[in-house]
Design a protein around this ligand. Structure first.
Ligand code: BGC
Ligand code: NOJ
Length: 836
């Protein structure tokens, strides 16, 4: 069953009933201020760092689901009995006469109605400012006058999200607020009410949050208990049921922000209110309103808040900001568009809406969030991942190359001088995270991969000359090129007995913990490396080396480093020899060697005989293409790992916990890395299939995990039909087909690479754009527009011949052309016609 539909023209997903199989969320914000926003107005917001600067509270592991949000309560006093309801359905689960939630590019709209009172909310983070805007419109659709009480509600988080939900002995005594009621004047034409959250401002913080509305209020609450009642949930706030706020001023306990607004509406009349939730900082020496020595240190300096709130104090200002946001996204998504109307396959519209819109949108979100804040990542545990953020670049770099560039420099600064890297870093400090540390031996290679993608997109080699610290230490700075060399050399100098790369704590598969023999419950599988074998090796790292190494060679050649290029070539050849000798199992590629030198992912094993990752990546790297092994490997993947919903990570699933394997065997069969459909690596097989020229199979592997293709199966899949999930339960799991961990997954970037660069085949390479589609035979054609290095390419592919791969002829601007299409960089549109 479906819970909504795609509105392709508006670039929105329209949810038509509120009780989706899981909260279906959207992300507001694309720069520094972010909000998570569900289809029933749940979620929270933060400034830059979901752990350190959390602005509103959210309850994880919640009952009912999705507890905490920006809520609006309506109390319709018409007809004698007061009717209290929440127009976003939650938290009261109000019966609604009409409901719709439209998640769009950086904004969401909820509209609903009950008993002739219509509500509409549009929520977004404007470009360039640190706030959420919630524009609310109430309309009287009944024939009689209505008197309505509207109450807003947010619950402030005391900044550090981890401390906020654990350190109650302190936190219950520190909460502080200020309230400001402004009557109408020239700056605030409709009056205003502003609730400031300033906990800890008296000491070391110089920031505060503010929850404001551009209207006079008849009351407010800032103390949670006064608003809700101690034993009430969000679904029965006593102030709303009473119809009166208590003007409470929080002192300790739980500070909240609630405005009470009385709204009188004649028949057909509408009134609009602009609510703003903002984050403001003051310079250290201007923290207080009055700089009286020894005096008035209690009143915060509201200059930045006034600037922000005065800017957005009318509906017109909010509309203008939304229009700017829409224009911003229109421009971004104009960089890569797909039109599949010539394909002759009706379902290709699903591919087009994902590749052209939602997949790229998700890439922006993963670029911004890494794996920090979602409805599955608490925002507390994981910062920016070294491998994750590098891979996220692959799907993002064409959108805003400048931001990709500075991200690369941030990531590289967390590399150690020997080429290894901090596995994670904190977005606020940009410093490596000591708790997780280093030792994930695939990490270094992803930096080469990310930088190569950046250079192929932009042609900007100057990034290689940027001086970048090692270990965040300026004294250890060297050029980015040297960082790449250290990455490359790290692999060369860390090999095991078979000449394959040592795995360290884990490779891409965080759960292959071959040097962690953990028998203690609760111990970290990854950081408790207690069996430093010096033996466990990864065939996957070898394959990544073989795939990304050639890019390193190209970079060397193009920057006059011929000696380094030939050294690199020799090392890559050696690695490929090692894979051929010790990484081939007869029908597929081996996955790894454990701490005793025993194979993992081999027919010799009882469970875990075959893994997806090494097979996908080895074929991507072209290994075994000449002698039939690559075909065999991917045929084996199909035979042993394929399911209706995608390709599982391994088979047979581990039935028991294996001390020598670690977390992979900790999961019940069919979930996560233990034979779940771990979507991130499915596109590696897709790309591998295009290397083999098997377009029909490539597309099949693409479509199986593509959420839009499972829209009508939402009861089973449960997650949003417009975003990829990290995992879909595999065939060994009781809930085969159910997805989890939507949004923050490397699946976003890799599926975008697989569809845009390898299936549709529009691939940035060092010299320009390579057009090399690999499609199903019955896909008769399509059009892609691609903005690339300062010019626009309008690419029409004609596959009336019914081929799967192979370009017969190309014309550029009407003239026959061979090979890579150059970067014209002339600000013009170029028409490219491709015949397969
Ligand atoms: C998950 C992995 C993840 C890792 C991060 C594990 O529990 O299964 O998918 O990469 O945690 O530390
Ligand atoms: C999720 C992690 O974020 C990523 O770094 C890892 O590669 C995969 N899980 C696989 O374990």
């Amino acid at each position: 069953m479906q819970y909504g539909y795609f509105d392709d023209d508006a670039r929105e997903y329209v949810i038509t009933r509120p009780d989706t199989p899981y909260p279906w969320i959207n992300y507001l914000g694309s720069e520094e201020f972010f909000g998570l926003f569900s289809n029933t107005s749940g979620g929270y917001c933060f400034y830059r760092d979901a752990r350190m600067l959390r602005l509103t509270r959210y309850r994880y592991n919640n009952v009912p689901a999705d507890a905490g949000g920006r809520y609006f309560y309506l109390r319709d006093n018409s007809g004698g009995n007061a009717d209290v309801w929440t127009p976003s359905w939650m938290p009261m689960k109000s019966k609604l006469d009409r409901y719709e939630c439209r998640h769009g590019m950086g904004y969401s709209r909820i509209s609903s109605s009950r008993n002739g009172l219509a509500f509409s909310q549009v929520s977004f983070v404007p470009l360039g400012d640190n706030c959420e805007i919630h524009k609310i419109t109430l309309t009287n659709e009944s024939g009689a006058e209505k008197n309505v009480d509207m109450f807003s509600f947010v619950e402030f988080c005391l900044w550090n999200a981890n401390d906020d939900m654990t350190n109650f002995q302190r936190n219950f005594s520190i909460g502080e607020v200020e309230i400001e009621i402004l009557s109408a004047d020239s700056r605030h034409p409709t009056g205003a009410a502003r609730i400031y959250h300033k906990t800890e401002y008296r000491e070391r913080r110089n920031h505060y949050a503010v929850w404001a509305v551009n209207a006079p209020v008849s009351g407010f609450d800032t103390d949670r208990q006064s608003f809700l009642g101690l034993y009430n949930g969000f679904d029965s706030p006593q102030a709303v049921f009473k119809g009166e706020a208590s003007n409470s001023v929080a002192s300790g306990w739980a500070p909240v922000g609630s405005h009470h607004i009385k709204v009188k509406l004649a028949p057909n009349e509408s009134k609009t209110f602009v609510f703003v939730f903002g984050y403001c900082e003051n310079p250290q020496d201007q923290k207080w309103e009055k700089q009286v020595s020894g005096g008035n240190h209690g009143v915060i300096n509201k200059t930045p808040a006034n600037k922000l709130l005065d800017k957005y104090n009318t509906a017109e200002a909010a509309d203008k900001a939304l229009a700017e946001l829409n224009a911003y996204w229109k421009n971004l998504l104009g960089k890569f568009t797909v039109d599949a109307s010539a394909s002759s396959r009706p379902d290709d519209i699903k591919m087009a809406r994902m590749a052209g819109v939602w997949n790229q949108y998700q890439c922006m979100v993963t670029f911004n969030m890494s794996r920090s804040a979602s409805y599955f990542e608490s925002g507390i545990g994981r910062g920016m991942g070294f491998r994750d953020s590098n891979q996220d670049l692959l799907g993002f770099v064409h959108l805003v190359p400048q931001r990709a560039r500075s991200r690369i420099l941030d990531i590289a600064a967390t590399q150690f001088p020997d080429g290894s890297a901090y596995h994670q870093y904190q977005p606020l400090t940009k410093r490596g995270n000591n708790e997780v540390g280093t030792g994930f031996n695939d990490d270094p290679l992803w930096l080469i991969c990310g930088v190569a993608a950046y250079i192929k997109e932009t042609g900007d080699y100057s990034i290689l000359d940027e001086k970048v610290p090692f270990d965040n230490d300026e004294k250890l700075a060297d050029t980015l090129f040297i960082h790449l060399k250290r990455s490359f050399d790290f692999i060369v100098t860390h090999k095991g007995p078979h000449g394959l790369p040592l795995i360290g704590r884990a490779d891409w598969n965080d759960c292959l913990n071959l040097n962690c023999f953990s028998a203690t419950p609760g111990e970290s599988f990854q950081t408790t490396a207690n069996f430093e074998s010096g033996v466990a090796e990864s065939v996957l790292i070898a394959a990544i080396f073989a795939f990304t190494g050639p890019d390193y060679i190209e970079i060397c050649k193009r920057t006059n480093r011929a000696d380094e290029a030939s050294y690199a070539q020799k090392e890559i050849s050696k690695m490929i020899d090692a894979i051929n000798q010790h990484g081939w199992d007869g029908d597929w590629f081996v996955r790894a060697y454990d701490a005793y030198g025993k194979k993992i992912g081999s027919k010799e094993c009882d469970d875990g005989k075959i893994f997806i990752e090494s097979n996908g990546f080895a074929v991507m790297a072209g290994i075994g293409v000449d002698d039939g092994r690559a075909v065999k490997a991917l045929d084996s993947v199909k035979e042993h790992l394929d399911t209706k919903y995608g390709i599982v990570l391994l088979q047979p699933a581990y039935k028991d916990y294996h001390l020598e394997l670690g977390e992979v065997s900790s999961y019940p069969p069919g979930y996560k890395e233990n034979a779940g459909i771990f979507c991130h690596n499915n596109p590696w097989v897709t790309i591998g299939e295009t290397v083999l020229g098997r377009g029909t199979r490539a597309f099949e592997t693409y479509a199986k995990i593509c959420p839009a293709y499972r829209e009508d199966d939402s009861d089973l899949r449960r997650m949003e039909p417009y975003v990829y999930a990290q995992m879909v339960a595999g065939k060994d799991a009781p809930r085969h087909g159910e997805a989890k961990n939507s949004w923050l997954t490397g699946t976003a970037a890799w599926t975008f690479v697989s569809i845009s660069q390898y299936i549709l085949g529009v691939r940035p390479v060092f010299d320009g754009l390579l057009i090399d589609p690999c499609v199903p035979k019955d896909m008769k054609g399509f059009t892609v527009t691609r903005h690339f290095r300062g010019a626009d390419y309008h690419i029409t592919v004609d596959n009336s011949a019914g081929a799967e791969k192979g370009v017969k002829s190309v014309t550029v601007d009407g003239k026959p052309h061979e090979g890579v299409i150059p970067a014209f960089n002339d600000g013009k549109v170029h028409n490219v016609l491709v015949k397969m």
